[in-house]
Ligand binder design. Structure first.
Ligand SMILES: Nc1ncnc2c1ncn2[C@@H]1O[C@H](COP(=O)(O)OP(=O)(O)O)[C@@H](O)[C@H]1O
Ligand SMILES: O=C(OP(=O)(O)O)[C@H](O)COP(=O)(O)O
Length: 394
């Protein structure tokens, strides 16, 4: 149950509405390479425009560390947004100050202004109250629609909510609704697939999931810490030495809790981390000492696909191998294809798994692709997200 006030609960006509969105899109040479996050915010923006609000959009882009960085301006995002909306978007070069206030004062109902990258100010990530008040000055109402940044307690995601009425946007509600429902009352069998490289970030998730899922599938770089915990040599594969004991305890806990923990039976190993590396498929207990595991093996991939096809709810976060390189893409592709055909409800937890389903052209077969990687992980871990906690209660 979502107990926070929504933009549907308030009157926005004629109001100056500060909307925090997550326009943190990948860019290459000044070009947006994936506009999913812009498109995901459109329903909120459209509804506000149609209701006669003055729409002031704010976002971060990248990690400029509190300084102006020409490559991290939101100019290209503003241009693209105007094209998608088929409507002018006034992109400003600042996010606070007199010039911004003057532009906002000139807005007509239904107009859209896009502020500059809020992380050009040091106070943003420090959640500085003075900066939050500068943002609040611009607005009669605050809407947080930045699900991807909801796990950050920053001036434009959390601080501002102390100084102006604060409600959630449509994307935020949809993300919380889908992820919240899936986790609070899951259809079973419920399967979670955790892969990728960030052992530290994901170990907490694994622990939390052991209380919720029927099947836990582990792959990617982080699986080798588990393989090591099982007593096998892993050669030069990725290892988080200080997490071996924890991995052992998870294997024990999974048994005790009746969770089926699925681990690789084979792996694709390489003599170096390169797209041109020599490769071979080996049993998981036979990784040669000078080689590294860069993908799950074909038998493992098939096993995982079977579990996915027999599940009613599947959440996937993190690739099964170094899928960016052809030779190590099979595990991730096999999982993506199984996600595409399963009758279960499929959720992709942002980040590289979202990129993978795009790459393997099955994105349109997924039931929900979250716009937040870190945010959906923290939600799965059962953590409260500061950007949501800060909103007004219903
Ligand atoms: N066996 C592996 N060894 C090293 N890196 C891997 C391995 N498997 C996957 N990766 C890498 O993990 C990265 C994604 O990890 P991570 O950031 O944790 O996932 P996500 O972005 O989905 O949260 C990918 O770039 C992928 O190449
Ligand atoms: O891209 C984001 O996170 P994600 O890669 O975990 O989905 C969000 O925009 C948050 O960005 P941040 O991790 O720099 O705070």
């Amino acid at each position: 149950m979502f107990l926070k006030k929504s933009m549907n609960d308030v009157d926005v006509k004629g109001k100056r509405v500060f909307v925090r969105v997550d326009f943190n899109v990948p860019m290459e040479a000044g070009q947006i390479t994936d506009e999913t996050r812009i498109r995901a915010a459109i329903p909120t923006i459209e509804q506000l425009v149609n209701a006669g609000a003055k729409v002031i959009l704010a976002s971060h882009l990248g990690r400029p560390k509190g300084e102006v960085n020409e490559e991290m301006r939101l100019t290209a995002v503003g241009t693209r947004l105007a094209e998608i909306m088929n409507k002018p978007v006034t992109k400003l070069d600042e996010s606070i100050g007199e010039a911004v206030e003057a532009s906002v004062n000139n807005m007509q109902d239904g107009d859209i202004v896009l502020l500059e990258n809020v992380r050009f100010h040091k106070g943003e990530e420090k959640n500085d109250a003075a900066l939050a008040q500068e943002f609040a000055k611009l607005a009669d109402l605050y809407i947080n629609d930045a699900f991807g940044a909801a796990h950050r307690a920053h001036a434009s995601t959390e601080g501002i909510a102390k100084f102006v009425p604060a409600v959630s946007g449509l994307l935020m509600e949809k993300e919380l609704d889908v992820l919240g429902k899936a986790l609070s009352n899951p259809e079973r069998p419920f399967t979670a697939i955790i892969g990728g490289a960030k052992v530290k970030d994901k170990i907490g998730v694994i622990e939390n999931l052991l209380d919720k899922v029927d099947h836990l599938i582990i792959g990617g770089g982080l699986v080798f810490t588990f393989v090591k915990a099982m007593g096998h040599d892993i050669g030069k594969s990725l290892l988080e030495e200080d997490k071996i004991e924890l991995a052992k305890s998870f294997i024990e806990q999974a048994k005790a809790k009746g969770v089926q923990l699925h681990m690789p039976v084979d792996a694709v190993v390489a003599n170096e981390f390169s797209k041109d590396a020599q490769t071979q498929v080996v049993a998981i207990d036979a990784i040669p000492s000078d080689w590294m595991g860069l993908d799950i093996g074909p038998k493992t991939a098939e096993n995982y696909a079977e579990v996915i096809k027999a599940s009613k709810l599947i959440i996937w976060n993190g690739p099964m191998g170094v899928f960016e390189m052809e030779k190590f893409a099979n595990g991730t592709k096999t999982v993506a294809d199984a996600m595409a055909v399963t009758e279960g409800y499929t959720i992709i937890g942002g980040g590289d798994s979202a990129a993978a389903v795009e790459k393997f052209e099955v994105a349109d077969k997924m039931d929900h692709i979250s716009t937040g990687g870190g945010a959906s992980l923290e939600l799965m871990e059962g953590k409260a997200l500061p950007g949501i906690v800060a909103l007004n209660d219903k």
